[in-house]
Design a protein around this ligand. Structure first.
Ligand SMILES: [Zn+2]
Length: 272
């Protein structure tokens, strides 16, 4: 989740995040502020002062304790570009993070949010290119825990027929999964992506079952679930529905990361 203190596109304060998570019975919450170095859209900044974050986080933890809120995990969502590999390594090593989320927000150098090019391509072509890029990212970077929103390419494409399907890019998914499994990294299921499918009245709401089944079939065990909440009303959004769905596909455990180690989430069973 993101807060307005460090993520320029988030609206919630830490107090609002804690209260909302507490009201929803969430016991552990990861804050993963945006850190997109060399973000191409110059009028927007998606980086922050890492020292300041490191200094304030213990205070946030104490605040959550005082408010009887969730245990807070210090995370970061780092945006990848091919020239950033060394700087990503330095960033991850600069603070004692609990959880590092790695993401790719760009399609051909433009944030998917702004990309008209992506929407004009045939679905299979853009999916193939994007998943291929994620696969390369996970091959080149070792310093991360979970790969964020594999379906980000689809999020702002206003076509009810669009989604990310395994069949569109099976080789790219297989490459991505074999890298994740070999490196012991997790696949994130992002419920904000599911929310956006609902909002656009898409034909396919939930992640393509073939994606999850194939990951498990290849030996993938580590799956994280993230609301990606930027406002407090979205905290825990669609967790129950998503957990039930994942369970139906044979996912027996969900994980979060503490001190960069996977922890089986005891709350998983409480979602269904
Ligand atoms: Zn993201």
């Amino acid at each position: 989740m993101h807060t307005g203190a460090f993520s320029s596109d988030a609206k919630q304060t830490i107090e609002e995040l804690i209260s909302s998570a507490k009201a929803k019975g969430i016991l552990v919450a990861a804050i993963t502020e945006h850190y997109d170095m060399d973000y191409p859209h110059k009028d927007e900044v998606f980086t922050f002062d890492l020292n300041e974050y490191g200094n304030i986080f213990p205070k946030w933890r104490d605040l959550s304790k005082q408010m009887n809120g969730p245990e807070l995990l210090m995370g970061i969502e780092i945006g990848w570009q091919p020239h950033l590999n060394d700087r990503i390594k330095e960033t991850v090593r600069s603070l004692p993070f609990d959880m590092v989320v790695l993401s790719d927000h760009l399609f051909r150098g433009t944030d998917v949010y702004y990309s008209t090019e992506a929407a004009l391509l045939p679905r299979a072509e853009r999916n193939k290119e994007y998943i291929g890029s994620l696969s390369r990212m996970c091959r080149e970077i070792d310093d991360f825990d979970t790969v964020a929103h594999y379906d980000y390419i689809n999020r702002y494409i206003d076509d009810p027929d669009s989604a990310v399907f395994y069949r569109d890019c099976s080789d790219e998914f297989d490459d991505l999964f074999s890298t994740l499994i070999r490196k012991d990294k997790a696949l994130e299921i992002n419920t904000s992506s599911i929310g956006s499918q609902i909002n656009k009245k898409a034909e396919y709401i939930m992640p393509d079952p073939d994606i999850i089944r194939r990951y498990i079939q290849m030996g993938g065990k580590l799956i994280t679930i993230g609301s990606d909440a930027h406002t407090s009303d979205k905290i825990g959004q669609l967790f129950n529905r998503t957990a039930l769905y994942l369970k139906s596909l044979g996912v027996h455990e969900l994980f979060y990361y503490k001190n960069r180690k996977p922890v089986s989430d005891p709350e998983y069973a409480s979602y269904f």
